[in-house]
Design a protein around this ligand. Structure first.
Ligand code: ZN
Ligand code: ZN
Length: 159
């Protein structure tokens, strides 16, 4: 664990829960996430307000089990701990990427999530583990690609 300076990812649930930030953006992201989580639990057949039992479709022993499903069983907690160190390194890299337009390569399923109209850029970013910034960029880029004539250089067209 190297205690480098990490920017708080405002507007994400991570900013709220992991960094303890209580700014408007982070609080909103957190309450949105909780709402979505309750829906997920309901969809998985859990008792209202209760974490998923081991018998559900929750991928136990994965980070997704811990964060996405908020499961706190031992395998999920272990997966989360293992991932935290990796993430800290990745966060530093992402902070650098934010400064430029270059990010990790996008996969097709990721682009589909990013383009979902029922998700805000923030929600999509959280699902994808990407920055809101990169999702917004991708949304703009996909609009360009949709247009016949292809994705050229294009000027900065901000709404
Ligand atoms: Zn914040
Ligand atoms: Zn679990």
């Amino acid at each position: 664990m190297s205690g480098g300076m990490k920017p708080i990812p405002h507007g994400t649930r991570n900013g709220y829960s992991h960094y303890g930030c209580r700014c408007d953006e982070c609080s909103e992201a957190n309450s949105e996430w909780r709402k979505a989580q309750r829906a997920r639990w309901r969809a998985a057949g859990c008792a209202p307000g209760k974490a998923p039992p081991r018998s559900t479709a929750v991928p136990h022993g994965t980070i997704s089990g811990y964060t996405y499903w908020n499961c706190r069983c031992e395998p999920c907690a272990r997966a989360m701990r293992a991932d935290t160190a990796k993430r800290q390194a990745a966060n530093n890299a992402e902070a650098l990427q934010k400064a430029s337009r270059h990010g990790r390569e996008w996969t097709v399923p990721e682009m589909e999530v990013a383009s979902r109209a029922d998700l805000t850029a923030r929600q999509a970013a959280e699902l994808l583990g990407r920055s809101v910034y990169s999702v917004q960029n991708m949304r703009v880029a996909m609009k360009r690609v949709d247009a016949p004539g292809g994705a050229g250089e294009a000027q900065e067209a901000r709404q």
